[in-house]
Design a binder for this molecule. Structure first.
Ligand code: RIB
Ligand code: CA
Length: 313
């Protein structure tokens, strides 16, 4: 599997990147960065650091949009920490981003190699939406697109009803919805993450007991989200939405139940970012596949396998 990963590299994005880098059946062809969890330069720095720690420092990283399409940037630094990585002591990256803008890279890769590439988005969909404005067939050129996006049950994390990636740039998410078809785009939402990808104390212990550099890195960089879970969401530990989306992209057999539906995104201020999932018979044709149930234990096995490998620097 050949991956293009679009990320606003915060702590859970970093774990998704290392899962992709360490998966024996996958190759990361390119990473594109976008503002979201943290400002763009920080997301790009974190992506470079993570890829190098995971032994994939050769992967080209293309910096993209520094703000949402219409709205001012609202980060999630209050969730992930100012640096997006819980203030963990991290080495400076050796590499640097390419000079090619992420939107140009997405358009080029889709045209040149689309059928062999799987796109995985882990942040606000600003880069993808900007690319769609220039090439409305973008999502049909890729083999498939998986997005960590939305909350199919309207139980939100950044507001009562909205998930951060869609809330941060709802117009971009709406553009993706308009261009999507169920056989080209799958969304894995926070409804799945808070049920099937929560790092309970026992799971955190099993991770730390590995004692490998990637296990300790994963544990340390997610401590800010651990506090957010305790103080705000009430989950019994930090959840890993981006790694869950990446796990589904890498191994679709993890999915126990998914549905297709006609999905729209609320862009008004009151319900900003909420998914409007229309399952009525009168709904127009479905545009997305929504993953609703993932194998909980298999996800943990994949995460531990990725962190167990001591080959990484
Ligand atoms: O709502 C979870 C999403 O928002 C994840 O992608 C996390 O990294 C943040 O960007
Ligand atoms: Ca993210």
């Amino acid at each position: 599997m050949r991956l293009v990963i679009d990320t606003d590299t915060g702590s859970d994005d970093a774990v998704a990147l290392l899962m992709a880098a360490r998966d024996p059946g996958a190759t990361i062809e390119a990473v594109t960065t976008v503002a979201g969890n943290v400002p763009l330069p920080v997301a790009t720095r974190n992506a470079l650091i993570t890829l190098e720690l995971a032994g994939s420092g050769e992967v080209p990283v293309h910096a993209g949009c520094a703000r949402p399409l219409l709205r001012p940037l609202a980060t999630a630094q209050h969730v992930h920490g100012a640096d997006g990585m819980s203030g963990a002591p991290l080495p400076d990256p050796v590499g640097a981003p390419t000079g090619e803008h992420a939107v140009d890279a997405l358009l080029r890769l889709a045209r040149e190699r689309g059928p062999e590439l799987t796109l995985v988005t882990l942040g606000p969909m600003t880069n993808v939406a900007a690319a769609l404005v220039r090439d409305r067939h973008l999502l049909r050129r890729f083999r498939r697109t998986y997005c960590m996006a939305g909350a199919a049950d309207a139980c939100g994390n950044i507001t009562a009803s909205a998930e951060f990636n869609v809330w941060a740039d709802p117009e971009a998410a709406a553009i993706v919805c308009d261009a999507a078809t169920p056989d080209s785009v799958t969304w894995i939402g926070w409804d799945a993450s808070r049920r099937y990808a929560v790092m309970t104390p026992d799971r955190q212990r099993r991770l730390r007991e590995l004692g490998t550099p990637l296990a300790l890195f994963t544990d340390r960089i997610n401590q800010a989200v651990n506090a957010w879970a305790t103080d705000v969401t009430g989950l019994p530990g930090y959840d890993l939405p981006d790694p869950l989306a990446m796990a589904v992209a890498l191994h679709p057999g993890l999915v126990r139940y998914s549905e297709t539906a006609q999905v729209r995104v609320a862009t008004g201020d009151e319900a900003r970012g909420q998914l409007l999932v229309d399952r009525r018979r009168t709904a127009t044709g479905p545009n997305l596949r929504l993953v609703r149930w993932v194998d909980n234990d298999e996800f943990e096995r994949m995460l531990l396998a990725a962190c167990r490998d001591t080959a990484a620097s």
